[in-house]
Design a binder for this molecule. Sequence first.
Ligand code: ZN
Length: 303
Amino acid sequence: MQAFAKVATHDLLRVAPPRRAIAAAAGLGYDGTMPDYIGTRAENAKILGADDPQPVTVLDAVGEVSVLLICDHASNRVPRRLRDLGLSADVLDRHIAWDVGAAALTRELAGRLGAPAVLAGYSRLVIDCNRQPGDPTSIPETSDDVGIPGNAGLSDGAAEARADEVFWPYHHAITRELARLWRHERPPILIAVHSFTPVMNGRPRPWQVGVLWNRDPRLAVPLLARLRRHPDLCVGDNEPYSGRELGYTIDTHAAAAGLPHVSIEVRQDLIAADEGVATWGALLGDALAPLLADPSLHRAELY
Ligand SMILES: [Zn+2]
């Protein structure tokens, strides 16, 4: 039994084949910088099958603005081999699986701003792209009091396969897009798009939109001011979540490099339908565009 377990573990460790081998199989030279996966499935994937979509979607820029939009919780999809994690379709439609409306809003904003965008391809219940792998909420066993049967008692190998095939392709794509912008344009700005539920723990949330930030005020503070010009809007400053407590993707890709950044949260009921997406795309796009065009913002500064 022990020998069998060893073989199984060893096999799982080979989920990520050597980069040089991938490059050789693809007829490419290996220059030491090619990531293991950029929007492709590993040959010996454990999670993603041939009929599963790619783990990341990259929307190309239509303008020359040095801004990248990202959407960590864009999708409620679960790879076929994971059998819906043992959940019903109703549960997978709920906010615990994704940020309702956030992908559509990200696409709308990308079009309006002419910016590229990177969207995660699978549900946060498969692996949360906004958590450090290993964090207990990275592959949650429960979410909002709902047990996730497919996440109970995962082996290291199974958790690492999710990171290799779902989490890292998304983060590699963000790194690649930011690097391209930085090489060819000014230091880029990173904007994360999320959505939140109208009610949490029985309490209605008054905000329509929230601006999340930690130490770098360069984009968040003027964005808050512009949004607060709308007299009928309740704008959250680090509400309903605080950028001071949570922000793996933003902290890793922007804050650590000194790139300007912000996370924007829109209430889900406002962007659940196309009409709301267009309205909020216009409102946020109008608020952001003049700020993003300011050359003084496009500087790498550590806070
Ligand atoms: Zn989110």
